[in-house]
Write a protein that binds this ligand. Structure first.
Ligand code: ADP
Ligand code: ADP
Length: 231
């Protein structure tokens, strides 16, 4: 994984008076899972999206490793920052194999390499490649689609994985299974992972560190789960 650093980051949405993120300085260590928690509307998603420039910061700089990504081409940037959303975000008319291969194809990988990588990733997320590679998303459960979403985000071996409420759309039992497999995946691939959640228990379970946001993208607390639970 690579460290992530935000310096004086501000986001003011057009037509709003109060900034969604006021002035944020944040360092995330390489290889950590950091969980963003806090009340709805406090700027978690906005902050996450500014890391891969799905949202442009109004002010400030974002670094991934020692790259200042503020002026990078956003489409290029997104090829090296995995992104997972609530519902998996798979292309509905594409098979699992085609979904996972989307970014590698853009990057010009050869077919054999993409096929091998797809098999490896399906195994990593706990899906049998023979059974699932040629399925369409609609023929899979929510939990299975979410696993494919994680596999797709990891396809080009990005140093950073961003996840926005990735497990909130699945039932509680599946959620626990997906959380456990994320911890196992992290153990194997050692990415820097940022996960947005509204679930404090999920944050303390998954996070090496938990960042509690308050209104306006302000840091209320940024510490290990043990330190946070001790207060
Ligand atoms: P969270 O993820 O913590 O729920 P968000 O980052 O989604 O919070 O939102 C932070 C603030 O920015 C909220 O007040 C929200 O209403 C506002 N906001 C989010 N997206 C937009 C947008 N596209 N235009 C205007 N305001 C927005
Ligand atoms: P997991 O968390 O292991 O991915 P889920 O708990 O989401 O799995 O689903 C449990 C089982 O139900 C799956 O192994 C799958 O075989 C089956 N299943 C659920 N929905 C569907 C569906 N729409 N199509 C095919 N199989 C399904």
């Amino acid at each position: 994984g690579a460290p992530i650093r935000l310096e004086g980051v501000v986001k003011k949405y057009r037509g709003t008076t109060k900034p969604a993120v006021k002035k944020l300085d944040l360092e995330i260590d390489a290889g950590d899972i950091v969980a963003f928690v806090g009340p709805s509307g406090c700027g978690k998603t906005t902050t996450l999206k500014m890391i891969n420039r799905l949202i442009e910061p109004t002010e400030g700089k974002v670094f991934i490793g020692d790259r200042d990504v503020t002026n990078e081409d956003p489409d290029k940037l997104r090829q090296s920052v995995g992104y997972v959303i609530q519902s998996g975000g798979l292309f509905p008319h594409w098979s699992v194999r085609k979904n996972i291969g989307a970014i590698p194809r853009v990057l010009g990988w050869d077919k054999k390499k993409i096929a091998d990588r797809t098999d490896y990733l399906l195994d990593l997320v706990g899906l049998d490649a023979a059974a699932f590679a040629d399925r369409l998303p609609k023929d899979m459960s929510g939990g299975q689609q979410q696993r494919v979403g994680v596999a797709r985000a990891l396809a080009a071996d990005p140093p950073v994985l961003l996840m926005d409420e990735p497990f909130s759309a699945v039932d509680p039992i599946t959620r626990v299974r997906l959380q456990d497999s994320l911890i196992a995946i992290q153990h194997e691939v050692a990415k820097t992972i940022v996960i947005v959640t509204h679930d404090f228990e999920e944050a303390t379970k998954l996070g090496d560190k938990v960042l509690i946001f308050s209104e306006g993208g302000q840091i209320e607390q940024y510490a290990t789960p043990e330190e946070i639970l001790a207060n």
